[in-house]
Design a protein around this ligand. Structure first.
Ligand code: MN
Length: 140
């Protein structure tokens, strides 16, 4: 019975150096049927992204070794990631940061701490291609 309800396989890479935060995201999304892959620093993020080619990447900005900005920039230079949404996952909710991440090559933005009830909807929307843009994003 469980099998029948399974969604088509959707692979998500979560890059977050804070273990509690990472495990919460993994738990919430795994419960929704997503296949979850984890990385805890910028270098590992690039290695795992290339090895797994996920359908979506949720990427912390403040990371050891390479920042989320650098990771996004390097991945977006590769053809394999042109159509993979890379979503910034950050506590930096200051005005202007949203534009900064979008300009840096991210397709969207999810603020920390996560809203456990909203996260699956946010992820689903990004997987469906509801990408934000600097000119026309969601209204606050
Ligand atoms: Mn961090």
């Amino acid at each position: 019975m469980e099998e029948e309800k399974k969604l088509p396989s959707r692979k998500i890479l979560v890059v977050e150096d804070n273990q509690d935060s990472r495990e919460l995201v993994v738990k919430v999304l795994r419960n929704k049927g997503y296949q979850m892959i984890e990385a805890e620093d910028g270098e590992q993020a690039i290695e795992k992204a290339i090895a797994e080619i996920p359908n979506l990447i949720l990427l912390d900005i403040s990371l050891p070794k390479l920042s989320g900005y650098e990771v996004a920039k390097r991945l977006k230079e590769m053809d394999a990631f042109k159509d993979v949404p890379i979503i910034a996952f950050t506590a930096h909710a200051m005005k202007g940061d949203r534009e900064k991440v979008l300009i840096a090559g991210f397709e969207g933005y999810i603020s920390k701490p996560i809203n456990v009830r909203e996260l699956p909807n946010q992820i689903k929307a990004y997987l469906r291609g509801k990408w934000e843009s600097v000119l026309g994003g969601e209204q606050e």
